[in-house]
Design a protein around this ligand. Structure first.
Ligand code: IVH
Length: 691
C-alpha cells in the first residue's frame, strides 16, 4: 500500500511537471485548469497523509502554492557583459591600437593578450561562498538572470566545492555551459525515438537542458562547463587574465586547453587561423576567438563602452554560406516605419541551421545586386545575426525574369506612400519608410512589441503573438491600454477566449501589475523613439533624474526653446540626431498624448544615481587641452565611473573645467563665466585616483 502511494506520488509529480512545461514553456496546455488542479489536489492529499513522500522538488513545495514554473530572477552584483565583435585583420589591429591609445602606451611597449576559443553555449555565473557553490544564474539580460542553482548542481563539470584550501570569501565564476556535438547528436536520437523535442543545434540543446523545471532532467543531459571569467570576487588571486585562467583550473573548473598567451597582433592572427582550421575537428561549436588584454590593472583602466569591455574583442570566423532559390520578396514594416525587404527562400541548411528568410536590407541593395524573384542566391549566416542575401548566381537565372520593382506603397491596409529618408546633407538616404507613422497598424504593432520586449517593459506572458492578437481584437491600441486591461476585463472577459485559461489570465494580470513600477531609463527606452537606444535612454534618465523633468524638457524642446536644446546638448552621449528625433517625437501631439496616458498608469522611479560617492559625483565636467597623464577617453571614463557627467562645451551649468596644456577657447569661456578651472594634477588629486 505504502509502495503504491509512493509510485502514485511520483507519477503525479511527473505528470504535473509535464503539464507545467506544456503550459509555461510551450504555451499549449493539454488539460483544463480544473483537471490540473485535481492532479495537484491529489498529490497534496497524498503528501498530507504520508509526509515522507514529500520531495524538495515537489510542485507542492513551491512558494506561494501555485507552481511558478519559472525560475526566480537574480540580479547580478557585477553585470554579465557582452563582447564587441571584429571580423577582419583590420578590426583586430584597430582594437589593439585603441588599447594602446587609450592607455597612452608607446608603440614599442608590448601588449600581452590571451586568445581563447569562443565557445558557443550559454553563459553562466556561479557564486561560491567560502568555496561552496551557493548559486547558479543564467546571464539573462546581463543585469538580471534566472536562478538555476538546483540544475547547475547537477552538471558534472561544476564543482560543488572549489578545490584547494583558502578560497576567497566570495567568488563568482563565469563561463559557458555547452554540449559536445557528439553528445548532442546522441541526445537528439534518443529524444526522437522517445517522441520528445528534438533540438536544432548543440547551443539550443544546452540551453533547453539547463532551463529544465526538473533538475533530474538536467542531470540526465550531457552538459559541460568551461570557465573563462569572473564576477564579484572578494579578492583577486592573480594580476593577469592568464594567471586567472590557471587559477580557475587549479580550483577545479575546466578551462579550454587551446587558450594561448600572445604578445603581438601577428600571434593573435596566427592563433585565429590555427583554430579556424581546427574548428571542424573539434567536438564543440565555436564561432570565433576572444582576445583579452592580459594585465588586469589595464583591463580596469580600459573599462567599458556600453556593455562591451574595451579590453576584449571577439574575432569571429567568417560567416557560413549556402545557395538556394528565392521564391518571393516581402516587405517587413519596422517600428519606425522602415521597410525591410525580406527574401523568402526555399529552406536551406546553412551551417546547421535551416534558413528560409534572409534580409535584402533596402531598395538600393536589391538594385545593386539585381536580385530577382526566381533567382538562385547565396545566403550567409554569421552567429546570431539575421541571415542575409549576398548575391545572385547569374548562370542559374531563369529566362524572362524582371528586375524587382520596389513597392511605392506600404503593404499595410492603409497603403500609404513609401518615402525615402533624407540624409543630413539633403540627399536621398537608403531607408524607405511608410509615411503612415502611428496611423499605420503595422507600425503600431511593432511599437507595442518593442514596448513589451525584454529590455523595455518586459511583460511576462505578453509576447509577440499575444500582442498581435490583442491588437487585432482592438483590446490594446497603445501602451497605456496594457495597464488598463485588467480593469477592462469585465467587458473583455479574457478567460472566455480560446487559449486563455483562468490561471493564465491571472498570471498575465499579475505580470502586468509587476511592471507597473518602472525605472525611468526603461520607460524612456520603451517609448521607441528613433535613436534612443538603451545607452541614450540611460543618459537621458541620469541627466534629468525624474520623469517630470524629462517630460517638461521635451515639451520645451517641441516648442522650439533654444535653452532646452542646449541643456540636452551638454548631456553626455546626446548628439544632434537624438535631439532632432526627440523634438520630432514630442512635436507630434499623438505621441505626447500617448506618453502622458502611459505615465498616468505607471509609477516611474527616479534615475539611479551612480553608486560611488565621490568628490565629483553629480558634477558636469569639461576636459580641454592636452592631458599628460591620461588620454581624453580615459579621463572621461574615470569621471563617469566616479559619477560625473562629461560635456563637450562650457556653459553656466558646467561645474568645473579641467584644462591641460594649450587649452584655448573653452578655458577662456570658463574664466568669463567664473567656472572653476583645475589643471590635470589638481583634478587627479581631487579624485585621488591616479588611474
Ligand atoms: S568573456 C566581459 N570569454 O561570448 C567579457 N566570453 O559574445 C565577458 N564566450 O556572453 C565574456 N567564450 O557567452 C568570454 N572565452 C570566452 C568566451 C566567451 C564564449 C561567450 C559568452 C559571452 C559571449 C559574448
Amino acid at each position: 500500500m505504502k509502495h503504491d502511494a509512493a509510485a502514485r506520488a511520483a507519477k503525479l509529480r511527473s505528470q504535473i511537471a509535464h503539464h507545467n512545461r506544456l503550459y509555461y514553456e510551450l504555451d499549449r496546455p493539454e488539460i483544463s485548469d480544473a483537471d490540473y488542479d485535481a492532479l495537484m489536489g491529489e498529490l497534496r492529499e497524498l503528501e498530507r497523509a504520508q509526509p515522507q513522500l514529500i520531495t524538495p522538488d515537489s510542485p507542492t513545495q513551491r512558494v506561494g502554492g501555485a507552481p511558478s514554473g519559472k525560475f526566480p530572477k537574480v540580479r547580478h552584483r557585477v553585470p554579465m557583459l557582452s563582447l564587441a565583435n571584429g571580423f577582419s585583420t583590420e578590426d583586430v589591429a584597430a582594437f589593439i591600437d585603441r588599447v594602446r591609445r587609450f592607455l597612452k602606451l608607446d608603440a614599442a611597449e608590448p601588449i600581452e593578450l590571451t586568445a581563447e576559443p569562443k565557445i558557443d553555449g550559454l553563459s553562466l555565473s556561479l557564486r561560491y561562498e567560502r568555496g561552496v557553490l551557493v548559486r547558479g544564474a543564467t546571464r539573462g539580460d546581463g543585469t538580471e538572470g534566472e536562478d538555476v542553482t538546483a540544475n547547475v548542481r547537477r552538471v558534472e563539470d561544476i564543482p560543488a566545492r572549489m578545490h584547494g584550501h583558502g578560497a576567497p570569501q566570495v567568488c563568482e565564476i563565469r563561463g559557458e555551459v555547452y554540449m559536445t556535438r557528439s553528445a548532442f547528436l546522441k541526445l537528439n536520437e534518443e529524444q526522437s525515438s522517445a517522441g520528445r523535442t528534438v533540438f536544432a543545434n548543440p547551443r539550443n540543446s544546452a540551453a533547453g537542458s539547463l532551463r529544465q523545471l526538473d533538475p533530474e532532467v538536467t542531470a540526465s543531459r550531457p552538459l559541460r562547463f568551461l570557465a573563462y571569467a569572473w564576477g564579484e570576487m572578494s579578492e583577486l588571486p592573480a594580476a593577469t587574465q592568464w594567471d586567472m585562467l590557471r587559477w580557475l583550473q587549479a580550483r577545479g573548473f575546466p578551462g579550454n586547453p587551446l587558450s594561448r598567451l600572445c604578445c603581438s597582433l601577428d600571434e593573435l592572427l596566427a592563433f585565429h587561423r590555427e583554430i579556424e582550421l581546427e574548428r571542424a575537428t573539434l567536438d564543440y561549436d565555436i564561432d570565433g576567438v576572444v582576445y583579452k588584454v592580459n594585465r588586469l590593472d589595464w583591463q580596469r583602466r580600459l573599462g567599458f563602452v556600453g556593455r562591451d569591455p574595451r579590453w576584449a574583442l571577439a574575432h569571429k570566423f567568417p560567416a557560413q554560406k549556402a545557395t538556394t532559390l528565392l521564391n518571393a520578396i516581402e516587405l517587413q514594416v519596422g517600428r519606425t516605419g522602415a521597410l525591410t525587404p525580406v527574401a523568402k527562400l526555399a529552406p536551406v541548411n546553412v551551417g546547421g541551421v535551416v534558413v528560409s528568410n534572409a534580409t535584402l536590407h533596402n531598395e538600393d541593395y536589391i538594385r545593386e545586386l539585381d536580385v530577382r524573384i526566381g533567382d538562385t542566391v547565396t545566403v550567409q549566416r554569421a552567429g546570431d545575426v539575421i541571415p542575409q542575401v549576398l548575391g545572385v548566381v547569374p548562370e542559374r537565372r531563369p529566362p524572362h525574369s524582371h528586375p524587382f520593382q520596389f513597392p511605392k506603397t506600404c503593404p499595410c491596409p492603409l497603403s500609404t506612400p513609401v518615402v525615402r529618408d533624407l540624409t543630413a546633407t539633403g540627399k536621398e538616404g537608403a531607408i524607405s519608410r511608410c509615411s503612415g507613422e502611428l496611423a499605420c497598424p503595422y507600425q503600431r504593432v511593432e511599437h507595442l512589441r518593442h514596448f513589451v520586449s525584454r529590455r523595455a517593459f518586459d511583460i511576462e506572458g505578453l509576447g509577440e503573438e499575444r500582442i498581435n492578437l490583442f491588437f487585432e481584437r482592438g483590446w490594446i491600441a497603445e501602451p497605456a491600454d496594457i495597464f488598463t486591461l485588467p480593469r477592462r476585463d469585465d467587458t473583455i472577459q479574457l478567460s472566455r477566449h480560446e487559449g486563455f485559461g483562468e490561471l493564465s489570465v491571472r498570471n498575465l494580470f499579475a505580470a502586468i501589475e509587476a511592471r507597473r513600477t518602472v525605472p525611468l531609463e526603461r520607460f524612456i527606452y520603451s517609448l521607441g523613439i528613433r535613436h534612443v537606444g538603451e545607452t541614450t535612454a540611460r543618459s537621458l534618465a541620469r541627466g534629468y533624474g525624474a520623469f517630470h523633468a524629462f517630460r517638461e524638457a521635451c515639451r520645451r524642446l517641441a516648442q522650439g526653446e533654444a535653452e532646452a536644446r542646449q541643456e540636452l546638448d551638454a548631456m553626455d552621449q546626446i548628439g544632434d540626431a537624438v535631439i532632432e528625433s526627440l523634438t520630432a517625437y514630442f512635436s507630434e501631439p499623438h505621441n505626447a498624448g500617448m506618453v502622458d496616458r502611459l505615465a498616468r498608469e505607471v509609477r516611474i522611479l527616479e534615475a539611479e544615481r551612480p553608486a560611488t560617492k565621490s568628490p565629483i559625483s553629480g558634477k558636469t565636467i569639461v576636459f580641454t587641452g592636452r592631458l599628460e597623464r591620461m588620454t581624453r577617453d580615459e579621463a572621461k571614463a574615470m569621471a563617469e565611473r566616479l559619477g560625473a557627467s562629461v560635456s563637450g562645451s562650457v556653459s553656466k551649468k558646467t561645474s568645473m573645467v579641467v584644462a591641460g596644456a594649450e587649452a584655448g577657447s573653452k578655458l577662456k569661456k570658463a574664466e568669463e563665466l567664473g567656472v572653476r578651472v583645475l589643471d590635470e594634477g589638481a583634478f587627479l588629486d581631487l579624485v585621488n585616483d591616479r588611474g
